[in-house]
Ligand binder design. Structure first.
Ligand code: MG
Length: 451
Protein backbone atom coordinates (compact mmCIF):
# COMPACT_ATOMS: atom_id res chain seq x y z
CA UNK A 1 0.00 0.00 0.00
CA UNK A 2 1.21 3.55 -0.71
CA UNK A 3 2.60 5.42 2.30
CA UNK A 4 1.97 8.91 1.02
CA UNK A 5 -1.17 10.56 -0.28
CA UNK A 6 -1.07 10.78 -4.08
CA UNK A 7 -3.96 13.04 -5.08
CA UNK A 8 -5.39 14.24 -1.76
CA UNK A 9 -3.73 17.20 -0.01
CA UNK A 10 -4.13 18.52 3.53
CA UNK A 11 -7.79 19.42 2.99
CA UNK A 12 -9.08 17.01 0.36
CA UNK A 13 -8.39 16.76 -3.35
CA UNK A 14 -8.45 19.92 -5.47
CA UNK A 15 -7.71 20.92 -9.04
CA UNK A 16 -8.70 23.03 -12.01
CA UNK A 17 -12.01 21.85 -13.44
CA UNK A 18 -11.64 20.21 -16.84
CA UNK A 19 -7.93 19.71 -16.20
CA UNK A 20 -6.99 17.65 -13.12
CA UNK A 21 -10.48 17.92 -11.58
CA UNK A 22 -12.95 16.00 -13.71
CA UNK A 23 -16.35 14.29 -13.32
CA UNK A 24 -14.57 10.99 -14.02
CA UNK A 25 -12.23 11.45 -11.06
CA UNK A 26 -15.08 12.46 -8.75
CA UNK A 27 -17.14 9.45 -9.85
CA UNK A 28 -14.22 7.18 -8.92
CA UNK A 29 -13.88 8.97 -5.55
CA UNK A 30 -17.60 8.29 -5.03
CA UNK A 31 -17.17 4.59 -5.82
CA UNK A 32 -14.13 4.27 -3.54
CA UNK A 33 -15.81 6.15 -0.68
CA UNK A 34 -19.01 4.14 -1.05
CA UNK A 35 -17.04 0.86 -0.94
CA UNK A 36 -15.11 2.00 2.14
CA UNK A 37 -17.99 3.58 4.08
CA UNK A 38 -21.13 1.73 2.94
CA UNK A 39 -24.50 3.05 4.09
CA UNK A 40 -26.11 6.47 3.75
CA UNK A 41 -23.77 9.29 2.74
CA UNK A 42 -24.64 13.00 3.06
CA UNK A 43 -23.22 15.29 0.40
CA UNK A 44 -23.12 19.04 -0.21
CA UNK A 45 -21.39 21.64 -2.29
CA UNK A 46 -20.25 25.25 -2.33
CA UNK A 47 -21.47 27.73 -4.98
CA UNK A 48 -18.94 27.06 -7.77
CA UNK A 49 -20.30 26.75 -11.32
CA UNK A 50 -18.80 23.25 -11.52
CA UNK A 51 -20.62 22.17 -8.34
CA UNK A 52 -23.69 20.63 -10.01
CA UNK A 53 -21.63 18.62 -12.55
CA UNK A 54 -19.30 17.22 -9.91
CA UNK A 55 -22.18 16.55 -7.53
CA UNK A 56 -23.89 14.41 -10.17
CA UNK A 57 -20.64 12.48 -10.69
CA UNK A 58 -20.19 11.95 -6.94
CA UNK A 59 -23.77 10.69 -6.58
CA UNK A 60 -23.37 8.36 -9.55
CA UNK A 61 -20.27 6.80 -7.97
CA UNK A 62 -21.84 6.39 -4.55
CA UNK A 63 -25.15 5.00 -5.84
CA UNK A 64 -23.43 2.67 -8.30
CA UNK A 65 -21.85 0.80 -5.36
CA UNK A 66 -25.12 0.72 -3.43
CA UNK A 67 -24.94 3.77 -1.14
CA UNK A 68 -28.01 5.86 -0.34
CA UNK A 69 -27.30 9.56 -0.95
CA UNK A 70 -28.77 12.48 0.99
CA UNK A 71 -28.06 15.66 -0.97
CA UNK A 72 -27.97 18.71 1.32
CA UNK A 73 -27.42 21.08 -1.62
CA UNK A 74 -25.42 24.29 -1.18
CA UNK A 75 -24.14 24.73 2.37
CA UNK A 76 -20.92 25.53 4.29
CA UNK A 77 -18.45 22.68 4.91
CA UNK A 78 -18.91 22.92 8.72
CA UNK A 79 -22.69 22.64 8.20
CA UNK A 80 -22.24 19.35 6.33
CA UNK A 81 -19.83 18.16 9.04
CA UNK A 82 -22.41 19.01 11.72
CA UNK A 83 -25.14 17.16 9.82
CA UNK A 84 -22.98 14.07 9.21
CA UNK A 85 -21.83 13.68 12.80
CA UNK A 86 -23.32 10.56 14.40
CA UNK A 87 -26.05 10.42 11.74
CA UNK A 88 -24.50 9.30 8.43
CA UNK A 89 -21.90 6.71 7.40
CA UNK A 90 -19.82 9.51 5.86
CA UNK A 91 -20.06 12.82 4.05
CA UNK A 92 -18.53 14.37 0.96
CA UNK A 93 -18.33 18.06 0.17
CA UNK A 94 -17.71 19.40 -3.33
CA UNK A 95 -15.61 22.49 -2.64
CA UNK A 96 -12.28 24.14 -3.36
CA UNK A 97 -12.49 26.34 -0.23
CA UNK A 98 -10.49 29.55 -0.80
CA UNK A 99 -9.15 28.64 -4.28
CA UNK A 100 -10.13 30.72 -7.35
CA UNK A 101 -13.37 30.00 -9.27
CA UNK A 102 -11.79 27.62 -11.82
CA UNK A 103 -10.89 25.15 -9.05
CA UNK A 104 -13.05 22.56 -7.36
CA UNK A 105 -12.48 19.50 -5.22
CA UNK A 106 -13.77 17.02 -2.67
CA UNK A 107 -13.43 16.96 1.10
CA UNK A 108 -14.36 13.66 2.76
CA UNK A 109 -16.12 13.77 6.14
CA UNK A 110 -16.04 10.87 8.60
CA UNK A 111 -18.96 9.68 10.73
CA UNK A 112 -17.65 11.75 13.68
CA UNK A 113 -17.81 14.94 11.60
CA UNK A 114 -14.03 15.34 11.18
CA UNK A 115 -12.23 15.39 7.85
CA UNK A 116 -10.86 12.01 6.84
CA UNK A 117 -7.35 11.43 8.25
CA UNK A 118 -4.15 10.56 6.38
CA UNK A 119 -4.25 6.77 6.90
CA UNK A 120 -7.85 6.46 5.71
CA UNK A 121 -7.24 8.79 2.77
CA UNK A 122 -4.32 6.60 1.64
CA UNK A 123 -6.62 3.56 1.90
CA UNK A 124 -9.32 5.39 -0.09
CA UNK A 125 -6.82 6.34 -2.80
CA UNK A 126 -5.68 2.71 -2.95
CA UNK A 127 -9.23 1.58 -3.65
CA UNK A 128 -9.62 4.33 -6.24
CA UNK A 129 -6.41 3.43 -8.13
CA UNK A 130 -7.21 -0.31 -8.06
CA UNK A 131 -10.93 0.18 -8.83
CA UNK A 132 -11.53 -1.82 -5.69
CA UNK A 133 -15.30 -1.77 -5.37
CA UNK A 134 -18.25 -3.95 -6.29
CA UNK A 135 -20.80 -2.45 -8.65
CA UNK A 136 -24.33 -3.13 -7.46
CA UNK A 137 -26.76 -4.98 -9.70
CA UNK A 138 -30.11 -3.51 -10.72
CA UNK A 139 -31.72 -4.38 -7.39
CA UNK A 140 -28.88 -3.07 -5.21
CA UNK A 141 -28.32 0.41 -6.68
CA UNK A 142 -28.55 3.33 -4.25
CA UNK A 143 -31.23 5.99 -4.24
CA UNK A 144 -31.01 9.71 -3.65
CA UNK A 145 -32.98 12.14 -1.58
CA UNK A 146 -32.81 15.94 -1.58
CA UNK A 147 -32.59 17.43 1.92
CA UNK A 148 -31.90 21.17 1.66
CA UNK A 149 -33.70 21.67 4.99
CA UNK A 150 -30.98 19.85 6.98
CA UNK A 151 -28.87 23.03 7.04
CA UNK A 152 -31.34 24.36 9.62
CA UNK A 153 -29.97 21.80 12.09
CA UNK A 154 -26.61 23.51 11.82
CA UNK A 155 -28.02 27.00 12.43
CA UNK A 156 -30.06 25.71 15.39
CA UNK A 157 -26.97 23.89 16.71
CA UNK A 158 -24.98 27.14 16.81
CA UNK A 159 -27.84 29.17 18.33
CA UNK A 160 -28.11 26.64 21.16
CA UNK A 161 -24.68 27.80 22.45
CA UNK A 162 -25.75 31.40 23.08
CA UNK A 163 -28.29 33.27 25.21
CA UNK A 164 -31.39 34.30 23.26
CA UNK A 165 -31.16 37.75 21.63
CA UNK A 166 -27.52 38.18 22.72
CA UNK A 167 -27.04 40.30 19.61
CA UNK A 168 -29.98 42.66 20.24
CA UNK A 169 -28.92 46.25 19.56
CA UNK A 170 -25.82 45.14 17.60
CA UNK A 171 -25.43 46.05 13.94
CA UNK A 172 -23.18 43.75 11.89
CA UNK A 173 -22.02 43.61 8.27
CA UNK A 174 -21.60 40.21 6.59
CA UNK A 175 -19.66 39.31 3.42
CA UNK A 176 -20.23 35.64 2.52
CA UNK A 177 -18.32 36.25 -0.73
CA UNK A 178 -21.18 34.80 -2.85
CA UNK A 179 -20.42 31.46 -1.17
CA UNK A 180 -22.62 29.04 0.78
CA UNK A 181 -22.60 31.15 3.96
CA UNK A 182 -24.94 33.47 2.00
CA UNK A 183 -27.59 30.98 3.13
CA UNK A 184 -26.48 30.70 6.78
CA UNK A 185 -24.47 33.50 8.44
CA UNK A 186 -26.84 36.45 7.79
CA UNK A 187 -29.80 34.34 8.99
CA UNK A 188 -27.85 33.08 12.00
CA UNK A 189 -26.82 36.56 13.17
CA UNK A 190 -30.33 37.92 12.56
CA UNK A 191 -31.74 35.15 14.75
CA UNK A 192 -29.29 36.21 17.49
CA UNK A 193 -31.03 39.60 17.43
CA UNK A 194 -28.55 41.53 15.29
CA UNK A 195 -29.38 44.05 12.60
CA UNK A 196 -27.61 42.50 9.61
CA UNK A 197 -26.30 44.25 6.47
CA UNK A 198 -24.99 41.98 3.73
CA UNK A 199 -22.65 42.39 0.77
CA UNK A 200 -21.90 39.61 -1.79
CA UNK A 201 -24.82 37.79 -0.19
CA UNK A 202 -26.25 35.93 -3.21
CA UNK A 203 -24.81 32.49 -4.05
CA UNK A 204 -22.87 32.98 -7.32
CA UNK A 205 -20.09 30.74 -8.66
CA UNK A 206 -18.69 33.53 -10.82
CA UNK A 207 -17.81 35.41 -7.60
CA UNK A 208 -18.66 38.85 -9.03
CA UNK A 209 -17.77 40.81 -5.86
CA UNK A 210 -14.54 39.21 -4.69
CA UNK A 211 -12.55 35.98 -4.88
CA UNK A 212 -13.21 33.15 -2.38
CA UNK A 213 -10.06 33.96 -0.36
CA UNK A 214 -11.04 36.80 2.03
CA UNK A 215 -8.07 39.17 1.67
CA UNK A 216 -7.73 42.66 3.15
CA UNK A 217 -7.87 44.04 -0.41
CA UNK A 218 -10.98 42.03 -1.34
CA UNK A 219 -12.76 43.12 1.84
CA UNK A 220 -12.46 46.88 1.21
CA UNK A 221 -16.17 47.08 0.24
CA UNK A 222 -17.08 45.26 3.47
CA UNK A 223 -14.96 47.75 5.45
CA UNK A 224 -16.86 50.53 3.66
CA UNK A 225 -20.19 48.92 4.60
CA UNK A 226 -19.05 48.71 8.25
CA UNK A 227 -18.31 52.43 8.29
CA UNK A 228 -21.52 53.38 6.45
CA UNK A 229 -23.79 51.37 8.73
CA UNK A 230 -21.91 51.98 12.00
CA UNK A 231 -21.60 48.21 12.41
CA UNK A 232 -19.85 46.73 15.45
CA UNK A 233 -17.85 44.58 13.02
CA UNK A 234 -17.80 43.05 9.58
CA UNK A 235 -17.36 39.32 9.09
CA UNK A 236 -16.33 37.53 5.89
CA UNK A 237 -15.88 33.89 4.98
CA UNK A 238 -13.71 31.89 2.61
CA UNK A 239 -15.33 29.87 -0.20
CA UNK A 240 -16.71 27.11 2.04
CA UNK A 241 -17.11 29.13 5.24
CA UNK A 242 -14.99 27.04 7.56
CA UNK A 243 -13.03 30.22 8.19
CA UNK A 244 -14.19 33.67 9.31
CA UNK A 245 -12.20 36.90 9.25
CA UNK A 246 -13.19 40.26 10.71
CA UNK A 247 -13.21 43.99 10.03
CA UNK A 248 -13.31 46.07 13.22
CA UNK A 249 -15.71 48.95 13.96
CA UNK A 250 -13.16 51.40 12.53
CA UNK A 251 -13.03 49.52 9.21
CA UNK A 252 -9.65 47.87 9.82
CA UNK A 253 -8.84 44.27 8.88
CA UNK A 254 -8.26 42.20 12.03
CA UNK A 255 -5.15 40.05 11.59
CA UNK A 256 -6.31 36.45 12.09
CA UNK A 257 -3.93 35.64 14.97
CA UNK A 258 -5.54 38.54 16.85
CA UNK A 259 -8.99 37.18 16.07
CA UNK A 260 -7.86 33.76 17.35
CA UNK A 261 -6.48 35.30 20.57
CA UNK A 262 -9.64 37.34 21.31
CA UNK A 263 -12.02 34.45 20.75
CA UNK A 264 -9.78 31.92 22.53
CA UNK A 265 -9.58 34.25 25.54
CA UNK A 266 -13.37 34.48 25.63
CA UNK A 267 -13.84 30.71 25.44
CA UNK A 268 -11.00 29.94 27.89
CA UNK A 269 -12.37 32.26 30.56
CA UNK A 270 -14.97 29.59 31.27
CA UNK A 271 -13.52 26.44 29.76
CA UNK A 272 -10.12 25.25 31.05
CA UNK A 273 -7.67 22.86 29.48
CA UNK A 274 -5.36 22.65 26.49
CA UNK A 275 -5.46 25.08 23.55
CA UNK A 276 -4.40 23.15 20.43
CA UNK A 277 -2.86 25.02 17.50
CA UNK A 278 -0.18 24.55 14.80
CA UNK A 279 3.43 25.62 15.38
CA UNK A 280 2.86 28.53 12.96
CA UNK A 281 0.52 30.40 15.32
CA UNK A 282 1.43 33.68 17.03
CA UNK A 283 2.62 33.66 20.66
CA UNK A 284 -0.50 35.72 21.40
CA UNK A 285 -2.06 32.34 22.11
CA UNK A 286 0.60 31.65 24.78
CA UNK A 287 -0.38 34.93 26.46
CA UNK A 288 -4.05 33.90 26.36
CA UNK A 289 -3.21 30.53 27.88
CA UNK A 290 -1.15 32.12 30.66
CA UNK A 291 -3.91 34.63 31.44
CA UNK A 292 -6.70 32.06 31.58
CA UNK A 293 -4.93 29.16 33.31
CA UNK A 294 -4.76 27.05 30.15
CA UNK A 295 -1.82 25.46 28.31
CA UNK A 296 -0.82 25.30 24.61
CA UNK A 297 -0.14 22.15 22.61
CA UNK A 298 1.42 22.59 19.18
CA UNK A 299 0.66 20.42 16.16
CA UNK A 300 1.80 20.14 12.57
CA UNK A 301 0.40 22.80 10.24
CA UNK A 302 -3.09 21.79 9.06
CA UNK A 303 -6.52 22.00 10.69
CA UNK A 304 -7.03 18.25 10.54
CA UNK A 305 -4.00 17.73 12.83
CA UNK A 306 -5.46 20.24 15.26
CA UNK A 307 -8.87 18.51 15.27
CA UNK A 308 -7.38 15.01 15.63
CA UNK A 309 -5.04 16.14 18.44
CA UNK A 310 -8.01 17.65 20.29
CA UNK A 311 -9.92 14.37 19.99
CA UNK A 312 -6.83 12.37 21.06
CA UNK A 313 -6.36 14.47 24.21
CA UNK A 314 -10.03 14.10 25.13
CA UNK A 315 -9.85 10.33 24.57
CA UNK A 316 -6.87 10.30 26.98
CA UNK A 317 -8.95 12.11 29.60
CA UNK A 318 -7.19 15.46 29.17
CA UNK A 319 -9.55 18.47 29.02
CA UNK A 320 -9.38 20.56 25.85
CA UNK A 321 -10.35 24.23 25.98
CA UNK A 322 -10.09 25.42 22.40
CA UNK A 323 -8.35 24.89 19.08
CA UNK A 324 -7.66 26.53 15.77
CA UNK A 325 -5.25 28.20 13.41
CA UNK A 326 -4.05 31.77 12.97
CA UNK A 327 -5.92 31.99 9.65
CA UNK A 328 -9.47 32.44 10.95
CA UNK A 329 -10.17 28.69 11.20
CA UNK A 330 -11.34 28.16 14.79
CA UNK A 331 -12.50 24.93 16.46
CA UNK A 332 -14.98 25.06 19.37
CA UNK A 333 -14.83 21.71 21.20
CA UNK A 334 -18.28 22.02 22.79
CA UNK A 335 -19.73 22.48 19.28
CA UNK A 336 -17.81 20.24 16.86
CA UNK A 337 -14.26 19.19 15.97
CA UNK A 338 -13.74 21.13 12.78
CA UNK A 339 -13.18 24.74 11.79
CA UNK A 340 -16.47 26.61 11.79
CA UNK A 341 -16.85 30.10 10.30
CA UNK A 342 -20.51 30.51 11.34
CA UNK A 343 -19.77 29.55 14.94
CA UNK A 344 -16.84 31.99 14.91
CA UNK A 345 -19.05 34.87 13.67
CA UNK A 346 -21.68 34.07 16.32
CA UNK A 347 -19.07 33.94 19.10
CA UNK A 348 -17.80 37.41 18.18
CA UNK A 349 -21.29 38.76 19.00
CA UNK A 350 -20.98 37.30 22.49
CA UNK A 351 -17.36 38.53 22.89
CA UNK A 352 -18.52 42.12 22.29
CA UNK A 353 -21.74 41.79 24.32
CA UNK A 354 -19.82 40.53 27.36
CA UNK A 355 -16.88 42.91 27.14
CA UNK A 356 -19.04 45.97 26.45
CA UNK A 357 -16.12 47.38 24.44
CA UNK A 358 -15.63 48.00 20.71
CA UNK A 359 -13.70 45.40 18.72
CA UNK A 360 -11.10 48.02 17.74
CA UNK A 361 -10.25 48.60 21.43
CA UNK A 362 -9.96 44.86 22.12
CA UNK A 363 -7.63 44.44 19.14
CA UNK A 364 -5.47 47.43 20.07
CA UNK A 365 -4.96 46.19 23.63
CA UNK A 366 -3.24 43.01 22.45
CA UNK A 367 0.59 43.06 22.50
CA UNK A 368 1.93 44.46 19.19
CA UNK A 369 4.06 41.45 18.25
CA UNK A 370 5.71 41.75 14.87
CA UNK A 371 5.43 38.85 12.43
CA UNK A 372 7.53 38.19 9.29
CA UNK A 373 7.07 35.38 6.77
CA UNK A 374 9.52 34.42 3.99
CA UNK A 375 9.75 31.73 1.31
CA UNK A 376 13.22 30.43 0.52
CA UNK A 377 13.89 28.38 -2.60
CA UNK A 378 16.04 25.34 -1.82
CA UNK A 379 16.41 21.74 -2.89
CA UNK A 380 17.92 20.85 0.48
CA UNK A 381 15.16 21.64 3.00
CA UNK A 382 16.33 19.13 5.62
CA UNK A 383 19.85 20.57 5.62
CA UNK A 384 18.41 24.09 5.95
CA UNK A 385 16.35 23.07 8.96
CA UNK A 386 19.28 21.28 10.62
CA UNK A 387 21.66 24.21 10.00
CA UNK A 388 19.29 26.73 11.53
CA UNK A 389 18.60 24.56 14.54
CA UNK A 390 22.35 24.08 15.17
CA UNK A 391 22.97 27.83 14.97
CA UNK A 392 20.66 28.67 17.89
CA UNK A 393 21.74 26.33 20.71
CA UNK A 394 20.29 28.54 23.46
CA UNK A 395 16.78 28.44 21.92
CA UNK A 396 14.31 25.67 22.75
CA UNK A 397 13.60 23.52 19.68
CA UNK A 398 10.19 21.99 18.90
CA UNK A 399 10.38 19.50 16.00
CA UNK A 400 6.65 18.97 15.51
CA UNK A 401 6.78 20.39 11.95
CA UNK A 402 10.23 21.50 10.72
CA UNK A 403 11.77 23.21 13.72
CA UNK A 404 10.30 25.93 15.92
CA UNK A 405 12.99 27.78 17.88
CA UNK A 406 11.89 29.88 20.84
CA UNK A 407 13.55 32.07 23.45
CA UNK A 408 11.75 34.69 25.52
CA UNK A 409 9.41 36.62 23.21
CA UNK A 410 11.21 35.63 19.98
CA UNK A 411 10.49 32.51 17.94
CA UNK A 412 11.19 31.27 14.43
CA UNK A 413 9.65 28.40 12.49
CA UNK A 414 11.51 26.80 9.57
CA UNK A 415 9.51 24.16 7.74
CA UNK A 416 9.50 22.57 4.31
CA UNK A 417 6.62 22.90 1.87
CA UNK A 418 4.78 19.70 0.99
CA UNK A 419 4.35 20.72 -2.63
CA UNK A 420 7.19 23.05 -3.71
CA UNK A 421 11.03 23.10 -3.42
CA UNK A 422 10.93 25.78 -0.74
CA UNK A 423 11.20 26.25 3.00
CA UNK A 424 8.98 28.69 4.82
CA UNK A 425 10.55 30.88 7.48
CA UNK A 426 8.28 32.57 9.99
CA UNK A 427 9.56 34.86 12.71
CA UNK A 428 7.76 36.68 15.48
CA UNK A 429 9.17 38.95 18.17
CA UNK A 430 8.17 41.72 20.55
CA UNK A 431 8.73 44.45 17.98
CA UNK A 432 9.82 45.00 14.40
CA UNK A 433 13.53 45.50 15.17
CA UNK A 434 13.76 42.25 17.14
CA UNK A 435 11.84 40.33 14.47
CA UNK A 436 14.05 41.65 11.66
CA UNK A 437 17.20 40.84 13.63
CA UNK A 438 16.02 37.26 14.17
CA UNK A 439 14.99 36.88 10.52
CA UNK A 440 18.41 38.13 9.36
CA UNK A 441 20.17 35.72 11.73
CA UNK A 442 18.11 32.80 10.36
CA UNK A 443 18.59 33.79 6.72
CA UNK A 444 22.38 34.02 7.26
CA UNK A 445 22.36 30.30 8.08
CA UNK A 446 20.07 29.51 5.16
CA UNK A 447 21.95 31.50 2.48
CA UNK A 448 24.68 28.90 1.65
CA UNK A 449 21.96 26.25 1.06
CA UNK A 450 19.57 28.14 -1.24
CA UNK A 451 18.93 27.60 -4.94
MG1 MG B 1 -12.17 26.70 3.70
Amino acid sequence: MAEKKQIFGTNGVRGVVGDSMTPGLVLRIGQALGAMRPGTVAIGRDTRTSGPVLTHALKAGLMAVGCQVVDCGVLPTPALQYIVRDTFAAGAMITASHNPPEYNGVKIVERDGTEMGDTEVIALEGRLFRDEHVLADWRGLGTEQAAPELVERYIDGILAHFPKEVGAGTTVAVDPGSGPASLTTPALLARMGCEVHTINGEPDGTFPGRLPEPTEEGLRPLAELVRETGAAFGVAHDGDADRAVFIDDRGRYVEENREFALIARHVCQRRKGVIVTPVSTSQLIEDVAAATGCTVKYTRVGSIYVARTMLGLIAAGIPVAFGGEGNGGLIFPDHQFCRDGGMTAATMIEVLAESGRPLSALVDELPPYHFISERIRTRRPDEVIAAVEAAFPDFSADRTDGVRLAKGKTWALIRRSGTEPIVRVMVEAEDRAAAEAMRDAVLKQVAPLTG
